[in-house]
Design a protein around this ligand. Structure first.
Ligand code: HEM
Length: 316
């Protein structure tokens, strides 16, 4: 092999790099002689990834249920990386903002489209049996889903809709957390008591959610948007990516998800009780929750009709 000037230059740069941290470059060069080259399976941790599916029953379709939840959580993780990075930016530019929010929108587009895997991809009879062995676990307990909400908007917009007006101006996140919309949904339909699903979820994550809410008071996506120039805030493309985000997270995904609850749990005579024991028919539809991350970007009429057109369309 020819020792070209380029190669010499690289060696010299590497030598400097190791010298700067007090290490002997020669020793590291020797290490290269023995190190294995990277393989695909090691790089993406394939064996570990494929070992993470542990069904609780022997019904074959339970694995589909587990894996689709895992796939969803990975997409949530991708979205959260973008939220976190955006939140750090003090002087965002329009193009960067659009580009990164579009990434998040793309992840949710993929999730909405692929939800068919749940809606039509499992045997209903099998599902109704294996779900009983998962009690009281529920997707309701997805912490990343809640973190996405906290990273999207001011905390007041996550308060139950009948409490929002009253709590406007409240800055104590732990007070707002007491009225977060999903608590009202996770109560036992029959008794009005907190479900075990909710009790366990809060025990594990309550402090973390409140701390994140405080952290995000100036780092949520809406606050990053407000750091754009007035001109950029008024830009149609900027507003459009945020409206798309709102639609994806608060209408399209919840609706695709609701369709799966309807497919598996709805009965002519009496609905099958949800794993968390909630009255899911009254809780899950986006038109009842009216979760809106960016309320000022929508007209009064759009507020009033939140989730309605889609419900009728997709459930017909
Ligand atoms: C056949 C598939 C599914 C059915 C029948 C179903 C059913 C339900 C029901 C009935 C609830 C209400 C809470 C409860 O009582 O448990 C719920 C909540 C929830 N599920 Fe699912 N689910 C399915 C798949 C998924 C998947 C794949 C995810 C992905 C992580 C997920 C995430 C959630 C979330 C985040 C909530 C809370 C929604 C909210 O608070 O608005 N679910 N699910």
């Amino acid at each position: 092999m020819e020792i070209t000037p380029e190669l010499k230059e690289k060696l010299s740069l590497l030598n400097d790099k190791y010298a700067a941290i007090g290490e002997d470059f020669n020793a590291y060069l020797e290490g290269l002689l023995y190190a294995d080259v990277t393989t695909y399976w090691d790089y993406i941790q394939l064996d570990t990834l494929l070992s993470l599916q542990k069904p609780k029953t022997s019904f074959p379709d339970e694995v589909i249920f587990i894996m689709y939840h895992q796939i969803t959580e990975l997409y949530f993780k991708l979205a959260l990386r973008e939220f976190e990075a955006l939140g750090q930016i003090q002087a965002p530019t329009k193009n960067h903002f659009i580009e990164r929010v579009t990434r998040i929108n793309r992840y949710f587009d993929a999730l909405v489209k692929s939800f068919e895997i749940m809606i039509n991809g499992m045997d209903r009879e099998e599902f109704l049996k294996f779900r009983m062995s998962l009690l009281p676990a529920s997707g309701f307990q997805s912490a990343q889903y809640r973190e996405i909400e906290i990273f999207s908007t001011d905390f007041i917009n996550l308060v139950a809709k009948d409490q929002r007006e009253q709590l406007k101006g409240e800055t104590d996140i732990s007070r707002l957390f007491e009225q977060i919309y999903w608590k009202a949904g996770a109560t036992e339909a029959a008794t009005g008591k907190k479900t075990l699903t909710l009790i366990q979820f809060e025990e594990k994550y309550k402090d973390q959610f409140i701390a994140l809410g405080q952290h995000c008071s100036d780092k949520n996506l809406w606050q990053v948007y407000l750091r754009l120039s007035k001109e950029d805030q008024a830009d149609e493309a900027v507003q459009q990516v945020l409206r798309q985000n709102d639609t994806n997270v608060n209408i399209n995904w919840p609706l695709a998800h609701y369709k799966s609850a309807v497919r598996y749990l709805a009965r002519q005579d009496k609905d099958v009780a949800a794993t968390g024991g909630t009255n899911w028919q009254k809780y899950l539809p986006p038109r009842f929750q009216k979760r809106i991350f960016y309320p000022t970007l929508w007209s009064t009429e759009e507020h009033e009709n939140w989730g309605k057109a889609w419900v009728e369309e997709s459930l017909s």
